[in-house]
Design a protein around this ligand. Structure first.
Ligand SMILES: NC(=O)c1ccc[n+]([C@@H]2O[C@H](COP(=O)([O-])OP(=O)(O)OC[C@H]3O[C@@H](n4cnc5c(N)ncnc54)[C@H](O)[C@@H]3O)[C@@H](O)[C@H]2O)c1
Length: 276
């Protein structure tokens, strides 16, 4: 278990859920941590728990959608630790709403955080990861980056985009022989605050949707998700699926091709709450 010992790992969205669990698992394995979030209280709690484990932590308030801040931050992290080995572009938000009733600004906000946040973090840190001679970039997509889901068009657009972006980047690193591994992460339903923090289109009750997610969809703990992700990172896997639901639904898409769309629409019409 020495893979992460003394490695410098950056985790965005470290104040809650999967980001916090990744930070704690990395701390446990002896990594040095650059943790950030827009939620200062959540971040402070993660830092406290990591320090109890003896980790060296640099903590910063950072909005991944603010490009200039992310660019400045990457240089600060490099200057502070002298090297950057791993970057987990994990921060993300959710939004529910059919396109018919969603506003452009709702879609843009999800793209700003979930897609551009990943692009900002990747571009900002890539030179430092190449310079490290031992870099790894881990971008969090989703199960919804592998299959589409009604009422999730904005989120699916961002997460499919993260997958495409990340897989292209991996090919570029292989072709250029840069010492940077690249992994795209696809969690299924994880028991975090994501649905409770989610917004919804006008007329939809975000609370009802969050309760449905918490009770029926979130099956995997964040600790187990972090464990699976870090095992995949250690093994240098290009794609990490997290949870049985992610593995089963990934297989469904492979088997049915575009046929899964009718199937999911039929099931969703019976099962998903209208949220109204
Ligand atoms: N929970 C799931 O079921 C699930 C499934 C698939 C993918 N994911 C992805 O996993 C990642 C982590 O989500 P989570 O489930 O731990 O959710 P979470 O809400 O528990 O944690 C997300 C963290 O990101 C932070 N954040 C939000 N916007 C930010 C911004 N602009 N800049 C910096 N930080 C910001 C939040 O403050 C929060 O601390 C996200 O990218 C999410 O889309 C989650």
């Amino acid at each position: 278990m020495t893979h992460f010992l003394n490695k410098v790992a950056v985790v965005t969205g470290a104040g809650s859920g999967i980001g916090r669990a990744l930070a704690l698992d990395l701390a446990h394995q002896g990594a040095r941590l650059a943790l950030s979030d827009v939620d200062s209280a959540g971040l402070a709690e993660t830092v406290r728990q990591c320090e109890v484990l003896g980790a060296e932590v640099k903590a910063d308030h950072l909005d991944v959608a603010e490009r200039s801040s992310v660019l400045a931050y990457s240089d600060e992290v490099r200057a502070y630790f002298g090297v950057v080995n791993l970057v987990f572009n994990n921060a993300g938000i959710a939004f529910s709403g059919d396109i018919e009733v969603s506003e452009f600004k709702d879609v843009e906000r999800v793209m700003d955080v979930d897609f551009w946040g990943v692009v900002n973090g990747t571009k900002a840190f890539l030179p430092h990861l190449i310079a490290s001679g031992d870099g790894h970039i881990i971008n969090t997509s989703s199960l919804f980056g592998l299959l589409a889901m009604p009422s999730q068009s904005a989120y699916c657009a961002a997460k499919f985009a993260v997958r495409g972006f990340t897989e292209s980047l991996r090919q570029e690193m292989l072709m250029s022989k840069h010492p940077v591994r690249v992994t795209s992460v696809h969690p299924g339903g994880i028991k975090t605050a994501i649905a409770r923090n989610s917004t919804a289109a006008a007329g939809q009750d975000a609370k009802v949707l969050a309760e449905f997610f918490d009770k029926k969809m979130a099956r995997t703990t964040p600790e187990s998700a972090a464990h699976t992700i870090l095992r995949g990172v250690r093994a240098g896997r290009p794609r990490v699926l997290v949870g049985v639901d992610a593995r089963v639904l990934d297989a469904l898409v492979r088997v049915t091709g575009s046929g899964y769309q009718r199937l999911i629409a039929a099931v969703a019409a019976r099962v998903l709450p209208t949220g109204q």
